[in-house]
Design a protein around this ligand. Structure first.
Ligand SMILES: [Zn+2]
Length: 243
């Protein structure tokens, strides 16, 4: 993969990152309440249609920052896109993985802000990933990885469901649904990727919780969102297990 292609992918990721904060802001509400229809500072409503959902963090009316900082989403998406292009090159699965990052990022931001994974975003992630993998299957001419993707989704959902049902578990059903969806691309890449994707989030969240405890930014009872760790773990598994 040439340096030009990787740079183009990184720029594409940065552009996708610009569009993330508005969605994260609108869906970053307490469970059971409707998505935000406008800026909570000046009341300026968002436009109807996709234009009202995709956009940077700043309100056009009062210039207040809405949602996660755009610099953060642009950096993460740009880096992820560049690294995925570098690792996967012309592999037909690349568009599915890029789509997963584009939708996974607002999902992670909402979970960080509100400790929840909204169903519409999980559904969008599932649809985009499944469509991308179906196209990749058409491109490679074999359906075997697609079947493995489906099987892995069931395995991941089962593993997280067991964890969620354990007494004292802090796992929510949003985490179970996310595990099922992330099982699709992980399964496409093979069972080693599935294993990495299942284990890494728990290895990641341990040290993060410890740092937060030591710096007194979290107490022993503070609930930590698992979604961002699951998404970061899946991304790391993609990068560690290209086919
Ligand atoms: Zn405003």
């Amino acid at each position: 993969m040439s340096a030009v292609t990787v740079s183009v992918a990184a720029l594409l990721g940065a552009a996708a990152g610009v569009l993330v904060p508005r969605t994260a802001y609108r869906l970053g509400v307490v469970a059971g309440t409707p998505a935000r229809a406008g800026c909570e500072h000046c009341g300026r409503p968002f436009r109807a249609g996709p234009g009202g959902w995709l956009g940077p963090a700043t309100c056009r009316g009062c210039r207040a920052r809405l949602g996660p900082p755009t610099t953060f989403t642009v950096t993460v998406a740009g880096l992820a896109y560049g690294l995925l292009a570098l690792r996967f090159g012309a592999d037909p699965v690349l568009p599915a993985l890029l789509a997963a990052v584009a939708i996974g990022l607002p999902l992670a931001c909402v979970d960080l802000a509100r400790l929840r994974l909204p169903d519409p975003l999980i559904a969008a992630l599932a649809l985009a990933t499944a469509a991308g993998l179906a196209l990749a299957a058409a491109g490679t001419g074999t359906a075997v990885p697609l079947w493995r993707a489906g099987a892995a989704a069931i395995v991941c959902a089962g593993a997280y469901l067991l964890l969620a049902l354990l007494p004292g578990s802090r796992l929510g059903f949003g985490d179970v649904k996310l595990a099922a969806v992330l099982g699709l691309p992980l399964g496409w890449l093979g069972w080693p990727a599935v294993l990495t994707g299942l284990l890494l989030p728990h290895l990641l969240i341990g040290p993060v919780a410890l740092v937060l405890l030591l710096t007194r930014r979290a107490g022993r009872r503070t609930a930590l969102p698992l979604g961002p760790a699951m998404l970061a773990g899946a991304l790391a598994a993609f990068l560690l297990h290209p086919r």
